[in-house]
Design a protein around this ligand. Structure first.
Ligand code: BDR
Ligand code: CA
Length: 312
């Protein structure tokens, strides 16, 4: 069992990734989850996290984190995830009561890491503000981090600017701190997450199968419509799901170990990533670039079926 902490901004694709995470208690043990301002303001993404964990009948401890990126102001993504950050499903009032253990994600993560004997995998599917500040405030926690598995960045084409991906665009300074830490990292950037995509008929097939499949259906219908409207893609990418699919089945992916730099200049390149060609540079980042798409969707479908059985 791989022990993980999971930092997110749910977010439609974050929510699908969270569902899949909890369908594999034999493989992933979630020690804690944290929220960060990103797709929507912090209060919205934190509430969405509460709702998903309530739905899953979980007792995983959660904390809310940073509302704003380290330097600039939050740029959100309402056009993709709705004005509440999770368009589609509705939850009963009791879902709001899912307990928030702390409003300081940084000390919350520090407490988990410092208590653990074995190093922990840090999954991040949002701007890296919480994680970068954790590294700055508690540098001693570095030895407790086994690796990062991050959704962010793009080597080829961005989705906010021509070169920058959303999570890295929102907080490039945080992305720089995390990638420059030297800690082993698996980077799920747009180069691979644009391929981690779902077709309309695959979304439709989730309807009325069971509670978790139905929830995924309700999340994916408006999300896919927005993705296809705003981008010229054939299928709707479930970006954040890539991190969990990789943890569960790394054999479905391929990539290259590279030294990466994040552009933090105030230019049209802000938030873009580039390869550091210096032969002395540390190649600590495995940048994924290929995925067996159909297998990833199959894994999602069977994960949701498992949850359907557990929850009904
Ligand atoms: C990333 O940006 C967010 O909108 C998604 O949740 C994902 O983490 C994709 O660029
Ligand atoms: Ca996200």
């Amino acid at each position: 069992v791989e022990k993980i902490v999971f930092d997110c901004d749910p977010g439609s694709d974050d929510s699908i990734a969270i569902l899949e995470t909890f369908a594999h208690p034999d493989k992933l043990e979630v020690l804690g989850m944290t929220s960060v301002g990103g797709n929507q303001i912090l209060s919205n993404v934190t509430r969405n996290l509460q709702h998903i964990l309530w739905f899953l009948k979980q007792q995983t401890p959660i904390a809310s984190g940073q509302a704003q990126p380290i330097i600039k102001n939050l740029h959100n993504a309402s056009e993709f995830h709705g004005t509440n950050g999770l368009a589609g499903p509705t939850f009963p009032p009791e879902a709001d009561a899912y307990p928030i253990q702390s409003h300081n994600a940084i000390t919350f993560l520090h407490n988990i890491l410092s208590k653990s004997i074995e190093p922990i995998t840090v999954v991040a599917t949002a701007p890296l503000t919480n994680i970068a500040l954790l590294l700055k405030v508690f540098p001693e926690d570095r030895t407790k981090i086994k690796r990062f598995v991050i959704m962010g960045g793009a080597l080829k084409t961005g989705n906010v600017t021509p070169n920058a991906e959303f999570n890295f665009y929102v907080d490039p300074d945080a992305a720089h701190i995390v990638l420059a830490s030297g800690i082993e990292t698996v980077l799920c950037g747009l180069d691979v997450t644009n391929q981690t995509a779902i077709a309309d008929n695959e979304i439709t097939a989730l309807a009325n199968k069971g509670p978790a499949s139905q929830l995924a259906y309700e999340i994916l219908v408006p999300y896919a419509a927005a993705e296809l409207k705003h981008h010229t893609l054939a299928l709707a990418p479930i970006h954040d799901l890539t991190t969990i699919s990789y943890l569960l089945k790394p054999e479905l992916f391929s990539g290259q170990k590279l030294a990466l730099q994040v552009n933090t200049t105030w230019s049209d390149q802000r938030g873009a990533i580039t390869i550091n060609a210096d032969p002395a540079a540390l190649t600590n980042v495995l940048v994924l670039d290929q995925v067996k798409r159909a297998e990833v969707i199959k894994l999602l479908v069977t994960s949701l079926e498992y949850l359907d059985q557990q929850l009904s």
